[in-house]
Design a protein around this ligand. Sequence first.
Ligand SMILES: N[C@@H](Cc1ccc(O)cc1)C(=O)O
Length: 420
Amino acid sequence: MAAPMLRRFPRGRRFGTPGVSGVLLLGQREARSGAQGLLAVQKARGLFKEFFPEKGTKVELPELLDRGSGSFPQTVYCGFDPTADSLHVGHLLTLLGLFHFQRAGHNVIALVGGATARLGDPSGRPKEREALAPEQVRGNARALRRGLEAVAANHQRLFANGRPWGSFTVLDNAAWYQGQHLVDFLAAVGGHFRMGTLLSRASVQARLQSAGGMSLAEFLYQVLQAYDFYYLFQHYGCRVQLGGSDQLGNITSGYEFIHKLTGEDVFGITVPLVTSTTGAKLGKSAGNAVWLNREKTSPFELYQFFVRQQDNLVERYLKLFTFLPLPEIDHIMQLHDKEPEKRGPQKRLAAEVTKLVHGQEGLDSAKRYRMITEGGVSINHRQVTNPESVLVVGQHILKNGLSLLKIGKRNFYIIKWLQL
Ligand SMILES: N[C@@H](Cc1ccc(O)cc1)C(=O)O
């Protein structure tokens, strides 16, 4: 699909661009306007960190999202670059952010960056990514699409209870860049970006000062992300982009571009970057990512990852990674104070996330395994704690062809094996 022609404005014409430097922490914002609803609730959960611009020229964000306003429902998007063949735990926060919008009745778009992944986003990265072959990116993009659709389907099936939610749509930006003529694109889009502004982004500055520097492809990344926002604004009326806090610069570029071209207000919202107590990015345990694709990280391993989270983080994670109402989380934490050894909040967190990612069946399978690792299963009076262990003739299967299986405290079974 070719990119739409942009309206070209004569050079030198000035557009009233409000100061996007005014990034505002949500708390301050609400204190001033008393705005309630989705933004305030997500602020209280710690999920939405900041939004910008502080003030639109015609409309403000809380107003735009308000059910009672004439602008309801809105369309909100978040991009996911297919740099690997699966989503990982780090993607969950923005995905949950999209789900919260859907729950509030807005339509959401999860955008797979089939085009942008070819360039590699320099934001928050100390050095350039290894370039990915086009066919690898296409394969990854298909896998990411399947992953996004699967989690969105679980969300709808297991959590909606018949409530009318907004739609969830997966798009791929390769659709509007493939077949796009380079010279047309640069001529139509390039003139609207000023070098000084692009160079001023923190992500660009950090890389320019690093030993490896920055490639042109990486430098142009923010222009493509800005254009995506414009494209989705034009075709889907999308006015809000959600991203991790490292996406601030890219989202701002989109905001400035759209506002310059159309005079309309659009907004960016960031979610925090979640790190463990050691400062490592969440989901990178011992260098290995925790994936959402069950072939790469099983439902049991995902469950265990959340069960292992520390006491001082678990309340924050319950607020960020689950949909449990805040009073229920308070209650869970009170019980935990009395019986910390039960790891109640950790188990609830693990169960909620595993259910969302792998469905009820995934959660059931994770729990069956848990029974084994916690020593709840024994064969011939010997505890089996490794779910991967194999049956050994003479040890698990006795000479008489029998096994005595004990599951939990009271369930005994005799298994008679037939030898062929
Ligand atoms: N740059 C985002 C992904 C993204 C891609 C395209 C977009 O339009 C928006 C976001 C990231 O790396 O996380």
